[in-house]
Each structure stands twice: as C-alpha cells, then as structure tokens.
Write a protein that binds this ligand. Structure first.
Ligand SMILES: Cc1cc2nc3c(=O)[nH]c(=O)nc-3n(C[C@H](O)[C@H](O)[C@H](O)COP(=O)(O)OP(=O)(O)OC[C@H]3O[C@@H](n4cnc5c(N)ncnc54)[C@H](O)[C@@H]3O)c2cc1C
Length: 396
C-alpha cells in the first residue's frame, strides 16, 4: 500500500492486487464477536524515530488519529514481583553512563555502559555474542531484542539492533516517544490509505492471489492471478510486496529467507473496575510468557513475541497460561474473562545475520520488477517503518 501511495503521488496509474479479502496484511483490525468490538491483530509499537510512518500518515491525512505517549516504559518482573521503569525523557544516555540513573533493580552503571558495544558491530554477529554476558541481559537486552526484532538474542542480528539504538535511544529521547492509534490501526493506517487510493483512482482488487509470473528477455511480461491474467506493458513496473515464502514460489530461481517467528496476542475483555487496577497503559513483563500488556478501552491485549514454542498450544491453554500471569500482576485471583487468541505464525522472518545476508544477495531481478515488504530492508527490523520505507524505495 505504501508503494501504491507513493506511486500515485507521482501520478502513475496503479493496479493493486491482494490475495485475501481484506487490506492490511499483518497489521489489520477486525470485528471480534466475543469482545463485541473491532480489535487489532496485534499491538504495533511505532516510535517517533519512524519518520516514514509519520510521513505516510501525513499523506493519507490520518495524523489526528494518532496519540503520542512519553518514552516511559514500565516493567514488572514476574519472578520476584519487582516493578521498575525507564523514563527516557528523564534519562539521557549521558546520565546513564555517568551513573546518575540505574532504573533496573540490582544494576550498576557499568551495566549500562554495555550499550557502547553496539556502536561498532560486525554484521555477522548476534546480540548474544555482543552482550550475552551483561548483568542486565535477561532484564533488558533480551526482552528489548525480542520486542524490537521478534527474535531471541541468540539469533538476532546485532547490527540491526545497533541501527535501531542509533536511530532511537542514542539519538535522543525525542526519537523514542511512542505512536499509538487513538482507536485502532484500521482507523489510523489502513482505512485512510484505502481512502487515499480510492480518491486517486486505485481500487484494490481483493481475492487476487498472484500464482505465477512470466519473464521474457529479463522483464516480467505477464501476471497470473487466481481470477485473471494481466499483461505487463513495456513501460510498466511490477512491485511484489509479499512475504518471502510466497515470493519463493513465484521466483524459484532466487533464494529468499525461509524461517519465521510467530507472535501470539491474547485479547481479554475487561470491565472498568479491573481496568483501573493497571497502573500504566503499556506494561512490560520480564521472566514470563507475557511480554507486553496494552490497556485498551474495553479490553487488554497481551503480546508474546518469538513465540514459536506456543504454536502447538491450543487457544485455551494459551489464554489460561497468560491469565495466571495477569492475575499475579494484579495480585488477585479472578476467573478468566472472555478472550480471543490471535496466533500469527509467520509474524516476521527470523531476523538473523543469516537471513539479512540472504536478502542482501538478492540481485539481478528482472528489469521491471521491484520487491518490497518489511523483510527486504536488511538494515532495519521487520516493522511497519521498514515496510513503508521499502514501498517508497521500490517506486523511487
Ligand atoms: C502480531 C504482530 C505484531 C507486530 N508488532 C509490530 C510492532 O510493534 N511494530 C512494528 O513496527 N511492526 C510490528 N509488526 C510487524 C508489522 O506488522 C509488519 O512488519 C508489517 O505489517 C508488514 O507489512 P508488509 O506490507 O511488508 O507485509 P504484509 O503485511 O504481510 O503484506 C503482504 C500482503 O500481501 C498479500 N499477499 C501475500 N501473497 C500474495 C500473493 N501471492 N498475491 C497477492 N497478494 C499476496 C498478503 O495477503 C498481505 O496482505 C507486527 C506484526 C505482527 C504480526
């Protein structure tokens, strides 16, 4: 959709095909019967550093649907019941380094110096290789890596985490504020984009899965969708913005990343009294299955990233497991409320040096073919920002 918006801005004629019957892909909202409301499939955190995201929202005129939260992250360690917070607007990296702030219990200022290890990292290294011995590895570095890259530190690319740190924390607190939709992602990103496309003469053709492409003389000449065949004219370009496993089927002669990590979200319906018991609107959990709790209007939404280990659990097992942890945070014993579990088995590719290496080696595509999507940006994590940037770059 980003590629389409940026093409329309340049006055190109755009045809957009989508395999499913809804827009948004991995960032979508849907009506959930049990909770009786429209919810997001997951909790997408976007930061003020994510300039391409904000630029797109300006183009589609949705900036007034965004709220900006201070960079104040609150944590609860389930193992020892400790609560602590990091307010990045109050702690500059300099203050941390000078030992003026030590937000994590039992940490010393030397532990925070470890961030300097990310200034110069080799692109073949993993986060664990850089910082695995740190005293705040399990309380900060590993949860941070999983939150940002949906990949455990043992596999996550240190170079990409380093790029994120350089664009956010190390650049200054003003790049670490959190963007959240006032209502949901459909209202902030998806529907306004669809409106923009419609207003510029581009209607998404749903239920159109691309199954095969013809390439002749190093140019894509024909696209075979489930419901139609489309000839590609000489002056046209094709942008394939699809996950690598699907692309692999269309372009078997190239190698694309093939390993994924899932993200599980559990949404619980919540009454007002219970909602009041959560002290913050976003809470990070440490040493638990639960990683983040987002407090919404009528429900709470829990994120578990790097969650392949939950793929074999059924929804009831997951909802029960997580609810026990929520009760521990609340220090209450309450029966499980209505819930919905959303398992995204291919939430992102494994963001390892190996997979980023594979992406960098994708060369010599047909002349009129571009690829985009979050996974195509080998210097950024697989995020909304990377996805939007990749769409813009594909048509620039
Ligand atoms: C649960 C969850 C939580 C996340 N949390 C965050 C977060 O906190 N912050 C953040 O920035 N990012 C987050 N992400 C990642 C973010 O959602 C993705 O990076 C982004 O949405 C990817 O967009 P995309 O357009 O690159 O790919 P997709 O959203 O996967 O879009 C690809 C589209 O192509 C369609 N398609 C696939 N194959 C074909 C075909 N053959 N023919 C036609 N159409 C096809 C698909 O149906 C889909 O609509 C999260 C993702 C998930 C799943």
């Amino acid at each position: 959709m980003s590629a389409a918006v940026h093409s329309l801005k340049k006055n190109y004629k755009v045809y957009l095909f989508e395999s499913s019957n809804f827009p948004g892909g991995r960032c979508r909202s849907f009506y959930e019967k049990r909770l009786n409301q429209e919810i997001d499939n997951g909790n997408h955190l976007v930061f003020t550093a994510n300039e391409n995201f904000y630029e797109l929202c300006k183009i589609i005129k949705s900036t007034d649907t965004i709220k900006t939260l201070p960079p104040n992250l609150n944590f609860f360690n389930l193992n020892n019941n400790s609560h602590w917070s990091i307010d990045l607007s109050k702690i500059s990296s300099l203050r941390l380094l000078l030992g003026k702030n030590k937000p994590i219990p039992n940490s010393s200022f030397i532990d925070y110096l470890s961030i300097l290890k990310f200034l110069f990292v080799n692109r073949h290294r993993t986060v664990s290789e850089i910082i695995g011995g740190s005293n705040i590895f399990s309380t900060l570095w590993d949860p941070l890596t999983i939150g940002v890259m949906n990949t455990s530190s043992n596999y996550a690319s240190a170079k990409v985490l380093s790029n994120v740190l350089k664009k956010t924390v190390l650049r200054g607190d003003k790049y670490c504020y959190i963007y959240q939709p006032k209502i949901n992602w459909n209202k902030t990103l998806i529907q306004p984009t669809i409106n923009f496309l419609n207003n510029h003469g581009c209607r998404v053709q749903y239920k159109s899965m691309l199954r095969k492409i013809d390439v002749l003389d190093n140019a894509v000449t024909r696209l075979y969708f489930t419901n139609q065949v489309v000839d590609v004219l000489k002056n046209e370009i094709v942008v394939l913005s699809i996950p690598p496993s699907n692309l692999q089927k269309l372009l078997p002669q190239y190698t694309f990343p093939s390993s994924y990590n899932s993200i599980v979200n559990v949404h619980y319906k919540l009454n007002r009294n219970l909602k009041k018991k959560f002290k913050h609107s976003i809470i990070g959990f440490i040493e638990s299955h639960t990683q983040w709790i987002f407090i919404k209007k009528n429900h709470i939404s829990i994120t578990i990233s790097n969650a392949n280990y939950l793929n074999s659990y059924n929804t009831e097992e997951i909802a029960t497991l997580v609810w026990k942890e929520v009760c521990k945070y609340l220090n209450l014993k309450i029966g499980i409320p209505d819930y919905q579990v959303v398992k995204e088995k291919k939430a992102t590719v494994v963001q390892s040096p190996k997979n980023f290496d594979i992406v960098e080696k994708i060369k010599n595509l047909p002349n009129n073919l571009r690829i985009s999507g979050d996974w195509t940006q080998s210097d950024l994590p697989c995020t909304i920002e990377g996805s939007i940037l990749s769409g813009r770059k594909a048509v620039t």
